[in-house]
Design a protein around this ligand. Sequence first.
Ligand SMILES: [Zn+2]
Length: 205
Amino acid sequence: MNQSQADGTTDTALAVNHCAQCSRTLTADDTVAAGDRLFCRSCYGSLRAELEATVASMSADVNYPQATVGAVLGGVLGALAWWGFTVLTHIAFGLFAVAIGYLVGHGAVRFAGGKRSGGLQALSIGVALLSYLFAIYLVNMTFINKALGEQGEAFRVGFPPQSLGLLIRVVTVDAGVMDLVFLAIVVYEAWKIPRPIRLPPEAAA
Ligand SMILES: [Zn+2]
């Protein structure tokens, strides 16, 4: 890489460079360095256009209904894994938040046929947040019901929650700074995975 940069800019009279695409001899004003190769202007132009079209097509015609299915599947899977782990081990291992964001993001991208777009990012973030709340609700519900049982109470927190007020109370019980950290991780993963590919700026001739 470093060496190539040097090559691209050394146009000593002795060095003869050839276009990596069409092999024609390159003159000083008809040379574009891209990555570790040199191209003539016209080859660089057409390769660049091809690349831009490929990248653009990755964000076009996204099947959002299918992406939603993938994101929700990923979110449910991640939330259930978190719940199962926490109930079995009694360790509230919040790093499962990474799994939720990861599975939602990859679910959306996979089910959309490998597409990436801003819309998929927004979709993933929304689904990941709901999945995170879902996971917290399940975990807290389990421990609250266990405590209620031990106290001989008949009431049980249900799924789905009996009321919005109960949902909020169950989700926010024991909420702390670490929950915000995990929330940030969830959002970051969901944002990062479906992010459209950005091409480096066009090489200067
Ligand atoms: Zn060429």
